[in-house]
Design a binder for this molecule. Sequence first.
Ligand SMILES: Nc1ncnc2c1ncn2[C@@H]1O[C@H](COP(=O)(O)OP(=O)(O)O)[C@@H](O)[C@H]1O
Ligand SMILES: [Mg+2]
Length: 375
Amino acid sequence: MITFENVTKRYHGDVVAVKELSFTAPTGKLTVLVGPSGCGKTTSLRMINRLVRPTSGTIKLGDEPTSNMDEAILRRRIGYVIQHAGLFPHRTVVDNVATTARLNGTPKKQARTIAMELLERVGLSEAFAQRYPWQLSGGQQQRVGVARALASNPKFMLMDEPFSAVDPIVRTQLQDEFLRLQREMSKTIIMVTHDIDEALKLGDQVAVLRVGGELAQIATPQELLTRPADGFVADFVGRDRGYRFLGFVGADGRLAIRAEPTARLGDTPETARNAARDRWLLVIDDQGKPLGWTEPASLRGPIRTGDLNLSSTFATENDSLRQLLDAALSSPSRRGVVIDGKGQLMGCVAVTDLAALLDRSPEPATARTGVGHAV
Ligand SMILES: Nc1ncnc2c1ncn2[C@@H]1O[C@H](COP(=O)(O)OP(=O)(O)O)[C@@H](O)[C@H]1O
Ligand SMILES: [Mg+2]
């Protein structure tokens, strides 16, 4: 647990970066600090590992005020990941990671073994170990940054905009992988971001700060979406919050999955036309996995990959209504493709069936909590 008690930071006596901040980041959970640029997020984080000294107030790790701790020991207990990874440029990837393990007094050889294991855990193969940071992409560097923070096996992690310097596709990947990792590790994490979508996706709880370093609200993502404390939070959480809220609502077994006619690559136009129920026909592979929709009427020969419309997203029956609705709306047939855990086709859901579910979904104010993470 990390606790802030009335923490204030004034720079040079006048700029109030953080004002009377109090909150608790519970053990094993991911707490996100989010807010506009300059609202004191980085300052708050750096006060925890004493890179910045609070002007007043107390920060505790567990029951222990950090002001009483030896700085070197404090920093060893806390993994720290920053934007652009901040790797040592003249050390190889494996040495970058091993350095943190060495801080604990781990012998060299063992530190290397730990480093290699961690690189694999964050999704980097052995081939990367001997490279230098400049030989990696931004996303790969961030992975090394996460591995390096984990190498001293800290209970606590601080992450300052760890995924914001990479492109949106890589960012989504890194977020998903990090969520998976955190489910196994259960570290006590405080992460900073300016991106509300990232905050709602990753946070077990989210603290919204306003400029001047004041806490506007701290709550679960669901609560922020459904019960913003004031106009600032409502604006910050955004106009799409009704739609985002669907990310936390499941179909709970009420989904009407209907059988969908299919064709395979190589089928003739005639076979496809006979199979189709309307303008669009779903094409699956030999394992029964959906590939995409095709328009039988416009086929000029046996179905090829080039004949497929690949715009659809697929959902599973356990996904949120947001994902199911996205599957339906991104599909040219307006039928959402539902797959099972192995990626095989179960059937399709119609927009009208989803609309009926939405009509009967919980009201925002009584939404269930603790559902997990929106995607
Ligand atoms: N070292 C510093 N000296 C003086 N002012 C600072 C310093 N670091 C940050 N600030 C000011 O403190 C406020 C909060 O900054 P920061 O914590 O970096 O915000 P955020 O990370 O939310 O963008 C800003 O007004 C910023 O200009
Ligand atoms: Mg910052």
